[in-house]
Ligand binder design. Structure first.
Ligand SMILES: Nc1ncnc2c1ncn2[C@@H]1O[C@H](COP(=O)(O)OP(=O)(O)OP(=O)(O)O)[C@@H](O)[C@H]1O
Ligand SMILES: [Mg+2]
Length: 331
């Protein structure tokens, strides 16, 4: 049975640039079920990290603000709760892991103590219980000889092992939602594959919902159930992973995925597309991708809505949802 963990509705996040507010995330909506992974992909600057940070309540103030929408976690609208309640949720019901583990790990605290600390704070465990559970979690993420390394410091670990420690810390309290922002980008391909395998395994075992941000299509193929493609602060396409690889509908997705003949290449990155993402201060009025779109035609100067291109497949492009939808239906 499907069980919804997270629902984001019409989220708008703005930054102040020269005394004016401009949206970096502009009306995005998606939902995430228990034991499901949604990959969020798109070029640099399209709003992926800002989306994750706003869910965590970490949009930097005062230059940034969530200005509209709802973020509902397990039935609670996070925009209505105060900072104390938010603090209690972070690291407990939802956690985030980043590209660079050193930014999340405390360099002067042993890794065992750090994992145990999360359990003491959020679960109110005694020191002894917390340390026993911390050791179990470090073993679960497959830190070799975890027992002997429990009192080692982060700098004594390799990059891949630090990433595992960060995952252990994120998972210690068994969150319902894990936000992962390029967590394997800094790792070499073999270690990356191991960490992804570990995350998928842990997700299945704990039934977490996972929002996974990445530039890497091999990673998308390996880890995602569904994919949302972002462009200039909006979701331009959303579909099950297989559908995105076999029948991308939006011209932007088609361009991004065009260099990807295979789903099993771990190292392939998003293809480069001619031109640049428009700056926040100068968004086109109609389709935001139109200035770079090889298929641009009449109708593209009007704002586009996210509509069905096929069952369970949404695209923000009138060409995709009219012409391509007919092609797809015939195929
Ligand atoms: N603190 C900030 N102040 C002003 N603008 C910001 C701030 N943080 C992000 N932005 C802007 O918001 C937009 C979205 O940024 P975001 O970091 O979400 O991109 P991203 O999709 O995660 O890119 P990348 O793939 O490079 O990580 C960008 O235009 C960025 O410049
Ligand atoms: Mg980012």
């Amino acid at each position: 049975m499907r069980e919804q963990v997270l629902r984001v509705e019409d989220l708008r996040v703005e930054f102040r640039i020269r005394a004016e507010w401009y949206p970096a995330v502009d009306g995005i909506s998606f939902a995430l079920d228990r034991n499901e992974t949604l990959a969020l992909v798109g070029e640099s600057g399209c709003g992926k990290s800002v989306t994750a940070l706003s869910i965590m309540g970490l949009v930097p103030e005062p230059q940034g603000r969530v200005s509209a929408g709802r973020i509902v976690l397990d039935g609670t609208d996070l925009r209505t709760i105060d900072e104390t309640k938010f603090e209690a949720l972070r690291g407990d019901r939802m956690t985030m892991i980043f590209q660079e583990p050193m930014t999340s790990l405390n360099p002067v605290m042993s890794i065992g103590t750090q994992v145990a600390e999360a359990l003491r704070v959020h679960r109110g465990m005694s020191r002894g219980d917390a340390e026993a559970k911390a050791l179990a979690v470090l073993e679960e993420v497959k830190i070799p000889s975890a027992k002997h390394r429990f009192h080692d410091y982060p700098h004594q670990f390799s990059g891949g092992m630090r990433q595992r420690v960060m995952i252990a810390m994120a998972l210690a309290c068994e969150p319902t939602l894990l936000l992962a922002d390029e967590p394997t980008t800094a790792l070499d391909v073999t270690i990356q594959a191991q960490v992804l395998g570990l995350l998928a395994d842990l997700k299945g075992r704990h039934g977490m919902a996972m929002l996974f941000i990445t530039h890497n299509l091999g990673v998308v193929a390996q880890i995602a159930d569904r994919v949302a493609v972002m462009y200039a602060g909006q979701i331009v396409e959303e579909a099950p992973v297989h559908e995105i690889f076999t029948r991308p509908a939006h011209p932007y997705t088609r361009a991004l995925f065009s260099a990807i003949p295979r789903m099993d290449r771990a190292e392939q990155m998003l293809a480069a597309i001619l031109g640049r993402v428009p700056p926040l201060t100068d968004m086109p009025k109609g389709c935001r991708f139109a200035p770079r779109c090889p298929l641009r035609r009449e109708g593209c100067e009007a704002p586009q809505v996210l509509a069905a291109a096929a069952p369970q497949h949404l695209a923000r492009c009138h060409i995709a949802t009219n012409t391509f939808a007919k092609e797809l239906a015939r195929a």
